[in-house]
Design a protein around this ligand. Structure first.
Ligand SMILES: [Zn+2]
Length: 376
């Protein structure tokens, strides 16, 4: 494991840094767009680069089912397969196994489950998850873990966390060390501070390139999520990247960066873009609402994204959604991803200039203002 991570600036607990990988550098705090099946839906790889994405995330569970690891391996790995030049992080499949499939059997060595595609029986173990991610040539590999639902009783959370820690050991044993590639451990323990402490210590003893906070964004809500991060982030080494998995809305990200988180991934900007839900500096809008029907303005005046800078009007976007034209989802996805990636750049600058709290408060206040003008 040889990823190098350098913290360049600190402002209170927030950090601005750079993570060097074999496939390129990642400026942190970073947002990773999600390409579930090896594609960020509707967005070409060169557009992701133009948006400023340093790294993308893909899902082991989905890709092991379709097209399968052999196809991707024979095409030279996932980056080559999808023609993305930058670094790629793959999750381990643990989360999707728990949430999407019908589990037939969970034992100390792995999970046997039915495919959510065709019902066929699949076995996934820590060793196999790492083998698959290796076949994908993933820049950052995640350990295989078990995710608990929310809420969960302490004893159940403890048992699950201990199993995940055993799987973390097995994952590391199977990982192949290569220059510029890394393996991240995942802290579990639900919302229990004692378990998060125990889990962090076990992972630090094993030793990883980075540490993820897993098991959140599973229905606990913003306040409990932030409290759990606050309770547990200081258990993690300061000199390694910290990745909050599957989070979240812009306000979740701002609060987590404030606490010292460096990396994020979430389907929210892309999934929302496909349903006409758009993030603006003045909060969320739904382009399908009638108030946009005659509105000649772009989504946001002054926004430098592809959609707004080409003066694509709200009126036109409203029409595209009403007629189910795929271009509407593409335009909105591009704007939403730009919003997230620009937010990260804004937060990085704020940290550098020792103005994190000021910039964060301005962002949060503006989100609460709401976008309410009506054109007719
Ligand atoms: Zn825009």
């Amino acid at each position: 494991m040889t990823l190098s991570f350098k913290i360049l600036n600190e402002n209170l607990n927030a950090r601005k840094g750079i993570l060097n990988t074999f496939h390129g550098d990642i400026n942190t705090p970073a947002f990773m767009p999600v390409g579930t099946y090896g594609a960020v839906k509707g967005v070409k790889p060169h557009e992701l680069s133009e948006l400023g994405a340093d790294i993308i995330l893909s899902n082991t569970y989905h890709l092991m089912e379709r097209p399968g690891k052999e196809v991707i391996k024979k095409q030279g790995g996932l980056r080559k397969f999808m023609n993305w030049d930058g670094p790629i992080l793959t999750d381990s499949g643990g989360f999707q196994v728990m949430s999407l499939s019908k589990i037939a059997k969970l034992d100390k060595n792995g999970v046997t489950f039915n495919s959510h595609i065709d019902g066929s029986v699949i076995r996934l173990t820590p060793e196999e998850s790492i083998n698959i991610q290796n076949a994908f040539d993933s820049t950052i590999t995640m350990v295989f873990d078990e995710c608990t639902p929310y809420p969960v009783e302490f004893d159940v959370a403890r048992k699950s966390m201990n199993l995940s820690m055993e799987w973390a050991v097995k994952s590391k044993q199977k990982f192949i060390n290569r220059d510029g590639y890394g393996l991240f451990g995942i802290v579990q323990g639900s919302t229990y501070k004692d378990l998060r402490f125990e889990s962090s210590n076990k992972l630090i003893d094993i030793g990883f390139d980075g540490y993820a906070i897993g098991g959140l964004a599973v229905g606990e809500g913003h306040n409990i999520m932030i409290k759990t991060i606050k309770d547990s982030i200081n258990f993690l080494p300061k000199d390694k990247p910290r990745y909050l998995m599957g989070v979240g809305y812009p306000k979740d990200i701002i609060e987590a960066v404030r606490l010292g988180v460096d990396m994020f991934d979430c389907v929210i900007p892309t999934r929302s873009g496909r349903t006409g839900k758009i993030f603006t500096k003045q909060g969320e809008i739904n382009i399908k609402n009638a108030r946009h029907k005659f509105d000649p303005r772009p989504i946001e005046t002054g926004c430098l994204c592809h959609t707004c800078s080409n003066n694509i009007s709200r009126s036109y976007l409203h029409h595209l959604f009403k007629t189910n034209e795929m271009l509407g989802t593409i335009y909105c996805t591009l704007h939403n991803l730009f919003h997230y990636i620009e937010l990260m750049a804004d937060l990085r600058n704020a940290i550098k200039n020792n103005k994190f709290n000021e910039v964060a408060e301005k962002r949060l206040n503006n989100y609460n203002k709401g976008d309410i003008e009506i054109y007719s």
